[in-house]
Design a protein around this ligand. Structure first.
Ligand code: URA
Ligand code: SF4
Length: 252
């Protein structure tokens, strides 16, 4: 087989894989426009020169959405939420963000002042430290999705109250179902306690994997705690936890 035949085979293979993926997402019907033949030059202005593919999804018609669509709808719901008292003091709702490329979910406590102002998670001082921690194990924000136990800022950065955690919990629960993380990392005590449904302190929980409904969950200290208590001992512990995460990702 010469080089161009190999190339065509590769392309067909990619095309096949792409269509298999669409099929899995519920697309049943694809209509392609006429592709330009050899010698026919594309004008770049659409029409026959573009290999446009029109897709029809049976799921949409039946009201069954893909997980990406469900995730976007969930974010829309969260952005409008007024289920607890934090709705009256927040500036912005912070649903979470990230690329989810490596299917690693980080869960913090709740937005701080900077997050509340911008509507984005971990963008203040804690976030900057978190970026460094991630970089130390070669992860970036694009590799992970990051969100919080409560999506609105508790005033004065107090811990979220039980009624606020309970009101907001279904959102995180649904985010986990849709993102299907390979591993969850909780930052600080409220996140670990909520997801593991325990009263045990973070000092006892960290340093090993736990289980959240079949998904490995690794609790570690919150970067805000590290900033407050920047001791060698605490930094070493977080480093140990991150090494465990790195090893898990390398093995998985
Ligand atoms: N601390 C958190 O727990 N979450 C944020 O988004 C920012 C700071
Ligand atoms: Fe809704 Fe959660 Fe915000 Fe409360 S904290 S208003 S439950 S999004």
């Amino acid at each position: 087989m010469d080089r161009s035949q190999e190339k065509i085979k590769e392309l067909l293979y990619d095309f096949r894989r792409y269509f298999d993926q669409l099929k899995e997402e519920g697309v049943e019907y694809a209509e392609t426009t006429h592709l330009p033949g050899t010698g026919e030059r594309g004008t770049g202005s659409g029409g026959h020169s573009s290999a446009a593919v029109r897709l029809r999804s049976s799921r949409k018609q039946e009201g069954v959405l893909s997980s990406g669509e469900r995730f976007r709808a969930l974010v829309e719901t969260i952005l409008k939420c007024k289920k607890c008292g934090l709705a009256s003091t927040r500036k912005c709702v912070v649903p979470g963000e990230g690329g989810n490329k490596r299917r690693v979910l980080f869960v913090g406590e709740g937005p701080g002042a900077e997050e509340d102002r911008l509507g984005r998670p971990f963008v203040g001082r804690s976030g900057q430290l978190l970026d460094k921690i991630l970089a130390s194990i070669s992860l970036s924000r694009q590799d992970i999705y990051i969100t919080n136990i409560v999506k609105c800022r508790p005033p004065g950065n107090r811990d979220p109250q039980a009624d606020e955690v309970i009101a907001c919990w279904p959102y995180l629960e649904e985010q986990i179902k849709l993102l299907k993380p390979r591993v969850i990392v909780t930052l600080g005590s409220p996140a670990a306690k909520t997801l593991l449904n325990t009263n045990t302190g973070i000092g006892m929980l960290r340093g090993r994997f736990h289980d959240y409904q079949g998904t490995p969950l690794l609790p570690t200290y919150h970067p805000a705690y590290l900033l407050r208590s920047y001791t060698l001992e605490n930094r070493k512990k977080v480093w140990e936890d991150m090494k465990m995460l790195r090893e898990f990702l390398d093995e998985d």
